[in-house]
Design a protein around this ligand. Structure first.
Ligand code: ADP
Ligand code: ADP
Ligand code: MG
Length: 462
């Protein structure tokens, strides 16, 4: 087992990883930018190294400085968390070249799955359904037009390196496709440093269903069931749950099992090791299509931990250390129901504008069935430079109704002064009759925001 792990990340996920390391009796090294000097992960870790100025490009994205920090602090492994360099094959390769274990899939697998258009081809060879669209990247407007006409509008132009819900746009006809093509490429270059795009059929009103997988170095691959992440704003998840209320056994016999099986087959084709997530969209008829593989820990992994009882971050570390998967597929039991709300420092009353700044006061929910993952504390100054997520509130109940009741109760207890959060919006969604019935698609939030008939948002009651 490793002696010392460097965590190449910040925020709640850095804290989450430190907790897993502590329980495994492994020392931790935090890295931080100048803007994160007073961040919780720096205080919690055994050791901490400053890796540069606030801008991520000068700190959390600097492979050279991270490797130097690991060498300097004698870390024998690096956990990349999510976002930043977590899915960067060059980073994984650099770690290995420098004798540091990368906690994630092999650099070869990362490389094979780095490009979303290339992953589509891999899915195809594993006989996993993909949305109709281009084979690989699309280089010219003419080619994009030809494909769009072949598969029929609407289509999506997507950046091969896109992530975090950015780098994709829907087009409905030839003219908008021609207009959008160059802008999409320019945006992809600006956001992801890679202008390559591909074209796929836009599936209307789909459900986002994803499968958590785990693989060891002996080629054993298992799955821990699905998560439904269809409550999204601008293609970015806001609320996630497991199991999915859409995958009703009576309506779609064996569909849950089929999707999970497809995820495992794709992972086998990619010789996948460590933890990963295979994302799908599913239409109203139960047809499902592969979207992408997230080659890292996922933001919403706690809902799966609550329903299966397995600690996915600990498993990541054990698998990276070469331990075999101690669990067989038939040992996996999913019980009860878990829901996660991503709490962002954004103002839902003002078009979700980021709301960084000083946290003057904080009371976080607790009680039966509640788990709260966060790096925020009273007196902490939320820097404006990074992601707006400040915490994840997870509820667990015997069934979906109980998980909703617990979540609604807990959201009313969340009290923060100094910054605005998405909590009032999530409280409103939890009250929505369609959400309560489990009848929603990825269009839910947009429809909700467009509907004037909705009740005004309520502030927390405490
Ligand atoms: P998940 O699928 O785990 O919910 P997201 O796609 O929402 O993950 O991304 C998790 C975090 O990583 C977010 O902070 C997001 O902004 C960031 N992220 C993911 N992919 C990229 C990328 N390619 N470039 C920049 N940031 C990214
Ligand atoms: P990211 O890397 O940003 O997570 P994904 O490809 O996983 O990008 O897509 C994110 C979300 O965008 C999906 O959950 C879904 O809501 C929407 N989306 C992506 N591709 C399609 C598609 N072909 N049809 C409909 N919605 C899509
Ligand atoms: Mg995705």
């Amino acid at each position: 087992m490793f002696d010392r792990i460097l965590i190449a990340n910040r925020g709640e996920i850095a804290v989450r990883i430190i907790r897993a390391c502590r329980e495994l009796n492994i020392k931790t090294v935090a890295v931080y930018s100048e803007a994160d000097r007073s961040s919780m992960h720096v205080q919690m870790a055994d050791d901490a190294v400053c890796i540069g100025p606030a801008a991520s490009g000068e700190s959390y994205l600097r492979i050279d400085r991270l490797i130097q920090a690991a060498q300097h602090s004698q870390a024998d492994a690096i956990h990349p968390g999510y976002g930043f360099l977590s899915e960067n094959a060059k980073f994984a390769a650099s770690c290995i070249e420098n004798g540091i274990q990368f906690i994630g899939p092999s650099a070869v697998t990362m490389d094979a799955l780095e490009d979303k258009a290339v992953s589509r081809q891999l899915a195809k060879s594993a006989k996993v359904p993909i949305p109709p669209g281009s084979v690989g990247a699309v280089e010219s407007k003419e080619e994009a037009l030809r494909i769009a006409q072949e598969i029929g509008y609407p289509v999506m132009i997507k950046a091969v390196s896109g992530g975090g819900g950015r780098g994709m746009r829907v087009v409905h006809n030839d003219i908008s496709l021609i207009n959008a093509f160059n802008t999409a490429r320019a945006e992809a270059e600006k956001c992801f440093g890679n202008s390559s795009v591909y074209v796929e059929k836009f599936i209307e009103n789909p459900h986002h269903i994803e499968i958590q997988i785990l693989g060891d170095s002996k080629g054993n691959i298992i799955h821990l069931g699905e998560r439904d992440c269809s409550i999204q704003r601008r293609n970015q998840k806001l609320i996630e749950e497991s199991p999915s209320p859409f995958l009703d056994e009576k309506k779609f016999k064996h569909l849950r099992k089929k999707i999970a099986q497809s995820a495992v087959e794709l992972a086998q084709e990619a010789k996948y090791t460590n933890a990963g997530t295979v994302e799908f969209i599913v239409d109203g008829n139960g047809e499902y299509y592969f979207l992408e593989v997230n080659k890292r820990i996922q933001v919403e992994h706690p809902v799966t931990e609550q329903t299966t009882g397995h600690d996915i971050v600990k498993l990541q570390i054990q698998l990276a250390a070469g331990e075999p998967l101690g669990i067989r597929q038939r040992d996996i039991r999913s019980t009860g129901h878990a829901i996660e709300c991503r709490i962002n420092a954004e103002d839902p009353f003002n078009d979700f504008r980021p709301s960084p700044g000083m946290v003057e006061m904080l009371y976080t929910p607790g009680g039966r069935g509640i788990r709260f993952e966060s790096h925020v504390y009273a007196g902490y100054n939320i820097p404006p430079h990074y992601d707006s997520m400040i915490g994840k509130l997870v509820s667990y109940g015997g069934d979906r109704n109980e998980a909703i009741t617990i979540m609604s109760r807990a959201l009313t207890e969340f009290l923060i002064k100094g910054v605005k959060t998405t909590v009032p919006f999530q409280m409103a969604i939890l009250e929505n009759p369609d959400f309560r019935r489990g009848v929603y698609t990825t269009g839910f939030v947009e429809n909700y925001l467009n509907s004037a008939a909705q009740a005004p948002l309520q502030k927390p009651t405490i």
